[in-house]
Ligand binder design. Structure first.
Ligand SMILES: Cc1cc2nc3c(=O)[nH]c(=O)nc-3n(C[C@H](O)[C@H](O)[C@H](O)COP(=O)(O)OP(=O)(O)OC[C@H]3O[C@@H](n4cnc5c(N)ncnc54)[C@H](O)[C@@H]3O)c2cc1C
Length: 473
C-alpha cells in the first residue's frame, strides 16, 4: 500500500462533502481526482439545495419585512415581482459560487473529471465522461460522496410539470395561483414560504400531528402561528390518498380524521417527503462496502466502509442529511486516510430551518431528553424581554438551554426567532467545549443583540436573569 503522502485518492461526488474532502486532501499533499457530472463542484447544496433556496428565502423575508413596515409608519406599495429576473439572480449566485469552487479546485491542482463513476473493483473506477467516452482509473483510496435525491412516493408520482420535487420548485418556472406542499419538513416549509411570499396561495399537508417532526414543539409554535397567517391552510394528521391531473390542475384527495374538504384542486403540487441516499452506485456490489437497510452506506467512525479502501461521507453515509455534517465527515475521512488519529464524533450538529421565524437547535433536544428518561433542566428566555428583539419588532422568539442539573453542563440549545440560524453556532461551541451554564452566563455578550438571549437563558437557569423578574419563593 502507498505511503499516505504518495497516495492517489478519488472522491466520487463534488457536493459539500466531496469538495471539502478533495480540497483538504490536496492541502495535505495527496494526489486527488474529483468526479461529478456537473461542470463545477457544488453538488445538491449549491446547485439545487441550500444556496438557491436561501437566495429565494432572502427575497421572501424582504417582502415579509416590507409588508410589516406599515406598523412602524413606513408604507411600501405592493411588490412587483419579475420572476425571470429573480430566477436569473438566483442562478447568478449559484454560478458565482460553483465557478469559485472550480477555480479553487484548479488552484489546488485537484484533477476534476466531469462524469459519473462506477466500480470495476474496490480500487478501480470506470468514469463515463460528460464529454463522451469512458476511462478506467485505479486509486489507493476512494471516498464516496454521492449524496441524496428527493424521495418519491409511487402513488403521488405524475409525469407532469404540475407535480414538482424540490429541484423543480427551485427552478421557479412560474408562480402558480395555488400550491399544495406535501410534507411539513424543513424543505417543504422553506419552499412553501418562498412561494407564499411571491403571491401564491400555499397549503401544507402533513401526515403527523405537527410540522417539523424532530424539533421541540415549543420551538415550532411561533412558526406555526406565523404560517397560519401567511399560508392558506395547514392540514395536520392528514395524508394524500391520490393525485390526478385535470385540465384545471391537480385534483388531490385527502384522508384523515380532521379532513373537512376531501378533494381539492391545486395549480401545482410540491412533493417534499424526504430524501433518499444515492447508494445505488453501479458496481458497488463488486466491493466489500455494505448498504444498510435504510439505504445508507455503512461506515465506522473514520467513515471507512467494510471495504478498507473505500470511505463514504455525507448524505449517502447517514443522517442528519445536512451540508455541514457532510463537509466535516469529508475532512475526517481524508485525515483518517492521511494517517491522522481521528474519529467523527461530534457532540452537537446544528439543524437550522430557514423559515421566518427561523428555528435552530443543537445537541440534546427536550423531546429526546424526555424519551431517554434522563434528568435535565430547561432554562427559557423569551424574546419579549430582549431589547434587540423589541427594536426589530420580533418578540415572538425564544432561546432555551437544556442543562444537566447536576454538572450544570449545557446539553442542548434551541432557538426560534429571526436569525436563529446564526445564533445557534454559539450553542454548538458551548456544547463542544463542554461549557457549563455558568460559562455562558459569565461570557460578556454585546448589547443590544439577540445573542444576549443565549447568555440570559443561562442566567435564567440560575434564576438571576437581569431582564426577567422571578418572585422569591
Ligand atoms: C431544497 C434543499 C434545501 C437544502 N437546504 C439545506 C440547508 O439549508 N442546510 C443544509 O445543511 N443542508 C441543506 N440541504 C441538504 C444538503 O443539500 C445536503 O445535505 C448536502 O448537499 C449533502 O452533501 P453531499 O456532499 O453528501 O452530497 P450532494 O450535495 O448531494 O452531492 C452529491 C454529488 O454527487 C454526484 N454523484 C452522484 N452519483 C455519482 C456518481 N456515480 N459519480 C459521480 N458523481 C455522482 C451528484 O450528482 C452530486 O453532484 C438542502 C437540500 C435541499 C434539496
Amino acid at each position: 500500500m502507498a505511503e499516505a503522502s504518495n497516495m492517489h485518492i478519488a472522491v466520487v461526488g463534488a457536493g459539500p462533502g466531496g469538495y471539502a474532502a478533495a480540497f483538504l486532501a490536496a492541502d495535505l499533499g495527496l494526489k486527488v481526482t474529483l468526479i461529478d457530472p456537473e461542470l463545477n463542484p457544488g453538488g445538491v447544496c449549491l446547485y439545487r439545495g441550500c444556496i438557491p433556496s436561501k437566495a429565494l428565502l432572502h427575497v421572501a423575508n424582504l417582502i415579509g419585512e416590507s409588508q410589516h413596515a406599515k406598523n412602524w409608519g413606513v408604507e411600501f406599495g405592493e411588490p412587483k415581482i419579475d420572476v425571470s429576473r429573480l430566477r436569473s439572480w438566483k442562478e447568478d449566485v449559484v454560478k458565482k459560487l460553483t465557478g469559485g469552487l472550480g477555480v479553487l479546485s484548479k488552484q489546488r491542482k485537484v484533477q476534476y473529471m466531469q462524469g459519473r463513476a462506477a466500480f470495476e473493483n474496490s480500487n478501480t473506477l470506470r468514469v463515463s465522461k460528460a464529454e463522451g467516452g469512458e476511462e478506467n482509473r485505479s486509486f489507493d483510496r476512494i471516498i464516496l460522496a454521492t449524496g441524496s435525491r428527493p424521495a418519491i412516493i409511487p402513488a403521488l408520482k405524475l409525469d407532469t410539470p404540475r407535480v414538482m420535487d424540490s429541484t423543480a420548485a427551485l427552478d421557479l418556472a412560474e408562480v402558480p395561483k395555488t400550491l399544495l406542499v406535501i410534507g411539513g419538513g424543513y424543505i417543504g416549509l422553506e419552499l412553501g414560504m418562498v412561494y407564499a411570499a411571491l403571491g401564491c396561495k400555499v397549503s401544507v399537508v402533513e401526515m403527523l400531528s405537527g410540522l417539523l417532526p424532530g424539533a421541540d414543539r415549543d420551538l415550532v409554535l411561533p412558526l406555526h402561528k406565523r404560517m397560519e397567517k401567511s399560508l392558506e391552510s395547514i392540514l395536520l394528521n392528514t395524508t394524500v390518498a391520490s393525485v390526478k391531473e385535470e385540465t384545471s390542475g391537480i385534483r388531490v384527495t385527502f384522508d384523515g380524521p380532521e379532513v373537512k374538504e376531501r378533494e381539492r384542486v391545486f395549480d401545482k403540487v410540491l412533493v417534499s417527503v424526504g430524501r433518499k441516499p444515492n447508494s445505488e452506485i453501479p458496481g458497488l456490489e463488486k466491493t466489500q462496502a455494505r448498504v444498510g437497510p435504510r439505504g445508507f452506506i455503512q461506515v465506522n467512525k473514520q467513515l471507512q466502509t467494510d471495504d478498507p479502501v473505500i470511505y463514504a461521507i455525507g448524505d449517502v453515509a447517514g443522517e442528519p442529511m445536512l451540508a455541514h455534517k457532510a463537509s466535516h465527515e469529508g475532512r475526517t475521512a481524508v485525515e483518517a486516510i492521511a494517517g491522522h488519529k481521528v474519529a467523527f464524533e461530534p457532540s452537537a450538529i446544528p439543524a437550522v430551518v430557514f423559515t421566518d421565524p427561523e428555528i435552530a437547535w443543537c445537541g440534546l433536544t427536550e423531546t429526546e431528553a424526555q424519551k431517554q428518561n434522563r434528568e435535565f433542566k430547561v432554562a427559557k428566555f423569551p424574546w419579549a424581554a430582549s431589547g434587540r428583539a423589541m427594536t426589530l419588532d420580533r418578540t415572538e422568539g425564544m432561546t432555551k438551554l437544556i442543562v444537566d442539573p447536576e454538572s450544570e453542563r449545557v446539553l442542548g440549545v434551541g432557538i426560534v426567532g429571526a436569525g436563529a440560524g446564526e445564533l445557534i453556532a454559539e450553542g454548538v461551541l458551548a456544547i463542544e467545549m463542554g461549557a457549563l451554564a455558568k460559562d455562558v452566563a459569565l461570557t460578556i455578550h454585546p448589547h443590544p443583540t439577540l445573542s444576549e438571549t443565549v447568555m440570559e437563558s443561562a442566567e435564567v437557569f440560575y434564576g438571576t436573569s437581569t431582564d426577567i423578574y422571578r418572585p422569591k419563593r
